[in-house]
Design a protein around this ligand. Structure first.
Ligand code: F3S
Length: 388
C-alpha cells in the first residue's frame, strides 16, 4: 500500500507509540484487502466501550494508547457502554460503574467524544459520499444504505486506529465498483410493522452473508429501514442494501421473500410466551419519532409493577424529546441513555424474559444475555408492559 512520507514517519514511530500501533493496524488491514492507499475519513465511530464485553485487559491497552500520545484526528464518537449513571449504576456494584467510567475517561483523554450511542447519525448526520470508519454494524448499514455515506464494517481496533490516524484503507465499499448490488431480492409480501422489517433483515442476512442486495418492492420509513438494516447486519455480514431494483439487476442471483418467510423468521425470534420481565424498545437507539410513538402508545396507561419498560436512546435525542420522555416516565417507564439491553447485565437484575420490537435484540439476547425473548411490534410490547 502506498504511504505518504508523513504516514511512513508515523509507521516508523516518529509520532509516538499510539500512532505507530494505529498505523500498523491500518497498513495490515490495507495489505490484506489490497488497498492502494489510505484515505481521510470524516468521522470514526468506535465500538469496544462496554465494560461487560471489554474486561480489564482492554482498559490496560486503552491506558497505554492514551499515555503514549493517542489523540483523535477526526470526529470520533463512542458506542453505548454497559450502564448509565442515572439508573443502572445504582443497581450494580461500585466497581462495575468505576471501571466503565475509567474506559470512557481514557477515550476522552484521546479526544474521543462520550456520545455512548449506536445512532451517532442523529447527532451529526454524515453527508452522501462522505468516507467514514464506523464500527457498529447497525450504524454502518444505515449510513451506507439510507444516508448514502461510505463506510466498511470496521472492527473495534480498526475504528480506533482510524480515529487516531484520521484515515482508513481505501478498499471495500469505499470504492464505487464495490457498492453495486450482487443479489436481487424480490419482496413478494407487504411488511406491516417494524418487527416485520427486522424479521426480513434476519432472514436476508442469513441468506446473503456478505452480498449486497437490491431489494425490489421495498419501501419504508427511516425507522423501519433502521430495523431492517440492524437485523440484516446481525445475522449476516452485509454492509449495504439498495432500496428498489432496476431492470439491469434482473440477471443477478435472485431471492424471493414471501409472507411465510417473514412469519417463520419472526416466530424463530420468540423463545417464550411468558409475560416479559423487561420490555425493551430502542435497539438501535430510538429516534425522536420512536420516542414520541412510545409516549403516544403509553397515554392513559401505567407500566405493571411486575414488569420494567426500558426505552433506550441517546442523550441528544432524550434532550430533544423532553415532553415525550416525561409522559413515558410518568407512566412508570425508564428512558435510558448511554446503554442498551445487550451490553449490560440484565440477568443480574433478575430478568429472565425480554419482549422487544427489535429483531437484532431478539436474535442476540438468548446467547449474549441468557434470557428468553419475544419479538413483537412496539404497540404490542407496550400493552404487555402495562397488562402483564
Ligand atoms: Fe445499539 Fe445496543 Fe442495539 S448498541 S444496535 S441498542 S444492541
Amino acid at each position: 500500500m502506498y504511504l505518504t512520507k508523513q504516514e511512513e514517519r508515523m509507521l516508523d514511530g516518529e509520532h509516538g507509540w499510539a500512532n505507530q500501533i494505529s498505523m500498523k493496524i491500518l497498513v495490515r488491514l490495507g495489505d490484506l484487502f489490497r488497498a492502494t492507499k489510505l484515505i481521510p475519513v470524516q468521522s470514526a465511530h468506535l465500538s469496544g466501550v462496554s465494560y461487560k464485553h471489554l474486561g480489564d485487559a482492554a482498559i490496560e491497552f486503552l491506558n497505554e494508547l492514551a499515555t503514549h500520545g493517542g489523540k483523535a484526528k477526526t470526529l470520533a464518537t463512542l458506542n453505548p457502554s454497559s450502564l448509565d449513571q442515572e439508573i443502572l449504576a445504582k443497581r450494580y456494584s461500585k466497581e462495575r460503574s468505576a471501571k466503565q467510567k475509567e474506559i470512557i475517561k481514557l477515550y476522552g483523554k484521546m479526544c474521543i467524544q462520550p456520545t455512548l450511542t449506536c445512532t451517532p447519525y442523529y447527532l451529526q448526520t454524515p453527508k452522501a459520499g462522505q468516507h467514514l470508519a464506523w464500527a457498529e454494524s447497525s450504524a454502518v448499514i444505515y449510513a451506507n444504505s439510507v444516508l448514502k455515506a461510505w463506510t466498511n464494517r470496521e472492527g473495534a481496533p480498526s475504528a480506533l486506529a482510524a480515529a487516531l490516524v484520521g484515515k482508513t484503507p481505501n478498499y471495500g465499499v469505499h470504492q464505487p465498483e464495490n457498492r453495486q448490488p450482487n443479489a436481487l431480492v424480490r419482496l413478494e409480501t407487504k411488511l406491516q410493522t417494524e418487527a416485520d422489517y427486522g424479521a426480513l433483515g434476519i432472514h436476508l442476512g442469513k441468506l446473503l452473508k456478505e452480498k449486497i442486495p437490491a431489494i425490489d418492492g421495498l419501501s419504508g420509513s427511516d425507522d423501519e429501514l433502521k430495523q431492517l438494516g440492524a437485523a440484516m447486519a446481525s445475522s449476516g455480514m452485509t454492509a449495504l442494501f439498495h432500496i428498489g431494483a432496476s431492470s439491469k439487476q434482473t440477471k443477478l442471483e435472485t431471492i424471493s421473500v414471501e409472507a411465510k418467510d417473514i412469519e417463520e423468521t419472526a416466530s424463530s425470534l420468540c423463545t417464550t410466551d411468558q409475560p416479559p420481565d423487561l420490555v425493551f424498545i430502542g435497539c438501535p437507539h430510538c429516534s425522536i419519532n420512536e420516542v414520541r410513538n412510545v409516549a403516544c402508545a403509553l397515554k392513559g396507561k401505567k407500566v405493571h409493577r411486575d414488569a420494567e419498560l426500558w426505552v433506550c436512546t441517546s442523550r441528544h435525542v432524550k434532550e430533544s424529546a423532553k415532553t415525550y420522555v416525561d409522559i413515558i416516565q410518568r407512566a412508570g417507564g425508564n428512558v435510558l441513555c448511554d446503554t442498551c439491553v445487550l451490553v449490560t447485565w440484565i440477568k443480574d437484575l433478575g430478568v429472565d424474559t425480554v419482549m422487544t420490537n427489535s429483531a437484532k435484540t431478539a436474535f442476540y439476547a438468548p446467547t449474549l444475555n441468557d434470557v428468553d425473548v419475544a419479538l413483537r411490534p412496539m404497540k404490542h410490547c407496550i400493552d404487555a408492559a402495562c397488562q402483564h
